[in-house]
Write a protein that binds this ligand. Structure first.
Ligand code: SF4
Ligand code: SF4
Ligand code: FES
Length: 332
């Protein structure tokens, strides 16, 4: 069967040729030259995207740079954009992703690139290091003994331990796309893995760190990390667990917690979200600097006709909403 593979090629030494580049979105506007090159490959319908790329490199263009090792979703090295979404090329069947027999592969635009399909994963590893992904325990293990951990305490962590550090979740994370300092889904999933490990005795300090700006509260719940993760780690779920742990540990003096409270208060009291009061309540009524910083966004919303109504009305049958809150313990 014949497949058409359009490959995004990058080479720092080549100047872009007019008409062959596409805009390169932030945060890496100064990315190296990019051009698309089309190849035809003959492979059966069980073949993966990686098989096609290896066939191209072996028989058509030996200069094509592809990173891979295990070819079975274990090493995490073949992450790339396949038709605009982060995927492992070694487990993406051509027949599943091709549109009219054609597949476009490129390095994800959210990452710097080394060459062709090889992304520079430095941001991913820096974020991992930030959450201290190792156990910290000052209590020495009694001589001749070992730490005994209850089975159920570790069962709770199996999901996070399955991470293969492929970086797909970060490549497609919407919050990372607008804020390169956001710690990101994989690192936060790892942060939960160590915070919830009974052998770690730095949980409180960890939760304090993760509650700061660029941490757990900067996730916008877009669910991309859940849908692209090839190992079912579901980083968003781990972020939500971390948030709960942080609030229970008393880390509530931050915009994220206030935002969640303002959101819940508005829905409980009117059945609707009052977007006009959400920002001031989240950042603090007297935080003039934050209020001023939000003005450009407010003007943009106004220009797009998306400004919320000035007078906030309650919905009919509000008592039904209050019943839900009562059941969840949000109203005494
Ligand atoms: S759910 Fe949160 S962490 Fe996951 S991709 Fe979206 S913004 Fe990023
Ligand atoms: S959480 Fe999933 S997508 Fe993210 S690095 Fe780990 S395995 Fe890859
Ligand atoms: S080659 Fe190892 S995960 Fe794809």
């Amino acid at each position: 069967m014949k497949w058409t593979i359009e490959v995004g090629r990058y080479d720092r030494t080549q100047a872009p040729k007019p008409g062959t580049t596409r805009p390169y979105p932030p945060p890496y506007e100064n990315a190296p030259a990019k051009r698309y090159q089309t190849f035809e490959v003959e492979l059966d319908d069980q073949a993966m995207v990686l098989d096609a790329l290896i066939a191209i490199r072996e028989y058509q263009d030996e200069s094509l740079a592809v990173r891979c090792a295990c070819r079975s979703a274990i090493c995490g090295s073949c992450g790339m954009w396949v038709n605009g979404h982060a995927r492992l090329a070694c487990i993406s069947k051509l027949r599943d992703v091709a549109q009219d027999g054609k597949v476009t592969v490129e390095s994800p635009p959210s990452m710097p690139v080394i060459r062709d399909l090889v992304a520079d994963m430095t941001p991913f590893w820096e974020k991992n290091r930030k959450v201290k992904p190792w156990l910290e325990n000052k209590t020495p293990v009694p001589s001749g003994e070992e730490y005994r951990v209850p089975n159920d305490a570790m069962e709770n962590l199996i999901q996070e331990v399955s991470c293969i550090s492929c970086g797909l979740c970060l490549m497609d994370c919407e919050s990372y796309g607008v804020n390169p300092n956001f710690i990101g889904p994989a690192a936060l999933a790892k942060a939960y893995r160590y915070s919830a490990d009974p052998r770690d005795d730095k949980t409180t300090q960890r939760l304090g760190e993760y509650s700061k700006p660029d941490g757990v509260w900067d996730c916008t719940h877009c669910y991309e990390c859940v849908s692209v993760c090839p190992k079912g780690v579901a980083p968003l779920e781990q972020i939500l667990k971390l948030r709960r742990m942080a609030v229970e540990a008393g880390f509530t003096d931050n915009a994220g917690t206030r935002h969640a409270e303002a959101f819940a208060d508005s829905v409980r009291d009117s059945g609707r979200l009052n977007e006009l009061t959400l920002m001031p309540k989240s950042f603090g009524l007297f935080n003039i600097r934050a209020q001023l910083a939000s003005l450009p966004a407010a003007f943009n919303m106004m220009r797009a006709g998306k400004l919320p109504p000035i007078i906030h009305h309650k919905i009919p049958h509000l008592e039904r909403i209050k019943t839900i809150f009562k059941r969840l313990g949000g109203i005494k």
